[in-house]
Design a protein around this ligand. Sequence first.
Ligand code: MG
Length: 226
Amino acid sequence: MYLIIFDVDGTLLDSQNTIVHGFEAAFAAVGLPVPGRKTILSIVGRSLDMAFADLVGPEHQDKVPEMAAVYRAEKIARRKAGLDQDPLYPGAREAIDRLHAREDVLLGIATGKALRGVHHMMDVHDLHGRFITIQTADTSPSKPHPDMIERALSETGADPEQTVMIGDTGFDMAMARAGGVHAIGVTWGYHDHSQLTADGAERIIHRFDELDQALIELLKMEKETV
Ligand SMILES: [Mg+2]
């Protein structure tokens, strides 16, 4: 049995507009200058508190809880208004459906998002029932701590040698290796991907249709016509 775990933001879901909007609202609420888009996106993938703590610097740590609260409130408001409809990356749905159809594959999620955000993505893109294990910021410490990997392995009983984490950041790769599982880096996300290999990626893919070949090579997964 193979366990294939996906990161969400920057890997399955192109959520950059929603994320940048939320950070802009949070900085405005506490009267601090808003960092550039690139700086904001460089921090995506960590938990919200850690992301704000890194961005505001040591002198404004007291503002972090309020900023995180504003970010969450803004996201919920946008969701309710129907504005938060981030698209999946090209090929993501096909890859999920193709892998989900195999009897020897389990799918999982490990994300810095809250569970509520994961459910919203599943509502918008009709993905309920595809992922057997879902690890989020609600119950685990921020990546690269291996807790999410450990929980996914224990929930599924999967063999670490037949498990892979797929993500767009060095945090994903470092988490995978700390958790003793394989790591595939993707280059369509928000981070500088020149460091993915140094952070532990064993394969790098540039498009979703390269995923199957990477899985065959890395997990010794059998080719299957489904
Ligand atoms: Mg990501």
